[in-house]
Structure formats: structure tokens, C-alpha cells
Write a protein that binds this ligand. Sequence first.
Ligand code: FEO
Length: 407
Amino acid sequence: MYCVRNVTEDLYWVGANDHRLHLFENIHPIPRGVSYNAYLLLDESTVLFDTVDWSACRQLLENVEHLLDGRPLDYLLINHMEPDHGASIEEILLRWPKVKVISTEKAFMLMRQFGFRIDDHELIEVKEGDTQCFGKHTVTFVAAPMVHWPEAMVTFDLTNGVLFSADAFGSFGALDGKLFNDEVDFDRDWLDDARRYFTNIVGKYGPHVQLLLKKAGGILDKIRVVCPLHGPVWRSNLAYLIDKYDHWSRYAPEEQGVLIAYASMYGNTEDAAQALAARLCDKGLTKVALYDVSNTHVSTLISEAFKYSHIVLASVTYNLGIYPVMHNFLIDMKALNLQNRTFALIENGSWACKSGDLMQKFIDEEMKNMTVLNERLSMASSLHADKAVELETLANALLESVGHTAE
Ligand code: FEO
């Protein structure tokens, strides 16, 4: 059965939701599923904007066939060819052999590299500033390299102000009927997944996102609707979304608060983390989030690290090193280019406590623009009452650095 939604007068969402995929990119858990958005414009020419993952191809075909109602498909416009969007390109070409494919030189190169048989079809190579008229609608193309792959572009409909934004402004989470941002409580139900999507998928490429935001800034008053390739379509409150993207891509925290991530073998390092969290809250700083790195997926830890201004890492020493899951978190923060944060460290070791020095070394030598507070809490096996002063000192140092006045 077809499943479509009307976006504007003659533009339709023809994508699909996926609740069966467990891991996005085979690495990030998506308990709320994901949507693969594609859009069909019924102008004098018919235009399909992007396709969907192979697993959702049948739904896409039913949707497009229903809306075309016997008309031919004239154009297939590909903003981003990564297989979660491009895998159905070949099937579209088989169904509508006369369709003309519009995309960038790099996208065509990558399509060939992935084995898509495109060369028997008319290919229209476009670059930034080019325009294409489909009848009433004229679109223009804007290069968006590394948002999130090098071939990506976004397409702006000059006629009705619709921005086809590719991966930009997307989110994890299936739509399940609700297509528009004003049909959901985004702040309550979607923001965490949108941040987790951005930070883990595009987080590394903050400067490229900034470049795209700068270009978007030039036409901001003309953008009416943003149609991303995942998650809700935005038709109101664009400033909210752009502000989030601006923070994330500048590596600026959304919240002056403290993320406490702990690695604990027998619960003793966890005790210290809990005691610190309680002291902070007791002093009035309740923007505190606490996670066990062993049972929290690193994509969530990354999202929270992008959210908060301060990060406390509490780790046992393991094989004379940092606990492996904590080490992995550090490596992922570095890989995703996180910067401009203040750290505090809690270390634990029963006979050769090394984790504090090693975490400090990693942060100092491997990461950019990070500060580590001097007030480190060291413990041997467990936190005893004689460490109460050190704990208090650490809590106060964090409060001062966050800019919170102790109550
Ligand atoms: Fe949703 Fe970069 O693909």
C-alpha cells in the first residue's frame, strides 16, 4: 500500500520508515527507527528527489507509482548518493529507463564505484549555482561537501522556497505518520536523537557545516520548508534548528552543565561518580548527566559530550591503562573533532593507579582546545571518608568553572 504525505501544493513525501534496522551504518543503535525521506515533485516535468535504502525500495516504488498515476518519471535528482539514500537508484532506472539523472560529478563517480549501472542513461552533471527548470519550479544547486560525504549537494527550489537539505537537518527516529516538525514535540521527543544523529554522523565536519550555514544565511528569509533525508520536515521555527546546528558545528556546548562518564568494575568508581553528582546537585547545579560507559552506547556518550560544557571522566586503571570502553570514548571524541570542553578526572587503581595521567595525556596531546581542571580525585580501590575534602574541592572547582554560584 502506498504511504505518502503532501508537503506543499505539488510536492510529496514518498519515503519510508524503517523499524527493522537495528544499527544505523551498522554501528549506531536506532531504537526509534529511522526514516529515509524522498520527495516527488509533480510539475510539468516529474522529479524524484533522492531515493531510499534498498530495504525500503518497494515502498518507494509503490509511493511514486501511485502519485505518478501513469505519468512518466522525467528526472531523478540525487543530492546524496550514500546507499541509505542511493541504493534504489538502479531500480528507479530500471522502472523508468528514460529518466534523466541530475547530480554532481563526484556523485556519478561514486555511483559507478558502488556498481550502480547509470551510464546507459542521460546524466546531467550540475555544480553550485546551476539552475534547472521543471515547469513552474526552478531549482538551484548548492555544493555541500562533507555534509556528510564529499559528493553531497543541497537543492533550493527558487519558486516555493523548499530546501532539499540532504543529510543536513536530519535525525534518527521513524516518522510514523507525523511528517512535520509542528506535528511533534521536537524538543521533548526528537532533540536527543537529532543531536545523536548530527554529532556521530556529521560531527567531524563542523567547519563544512558552518560553511553551509553561511550559504543558507544568505537566503534564510527565502527558505520556507526544509526537507532533509531523515526525520521531520521543517516548515516553522527554522531559527531553532539552525541555532542547534550552529552550536553543534562550532563545538559550542548547548548547556553549561556536567556530563559524568564513569568506568567501574566493581561499583567503587561508580560510587565516586554518584557522590560527585550528588554534591553538584546539592550545591544547586542540576544540569548533571551521569552515564556508565560500559552499558551506554558510545553514540549517546558522544551526543551528551557535545551537549554539555564540562565532562568528568572517572576511570579505573585496567591492564595499567585506561579502562578500554573509556579509552574508546576518548578515541571517538577525538575522531569526531569535539573541542572547547573542560574536563575533570577521577582515577582509581588498587596498586598502580595510571588512568588519571593517561586520560590527561590523551586530552592534552590528542584533542583540540581542551582544558583539564587541576583538581583531580584519586582513589585506591574505593572512596573512603578521608577523601571527602578532595571530593568537595573537585565539586567546587567544577561549579566555579561552569559559572554556577554555590548555594
Ligand atoms: Fe543518510 Fe550520509 O546518508
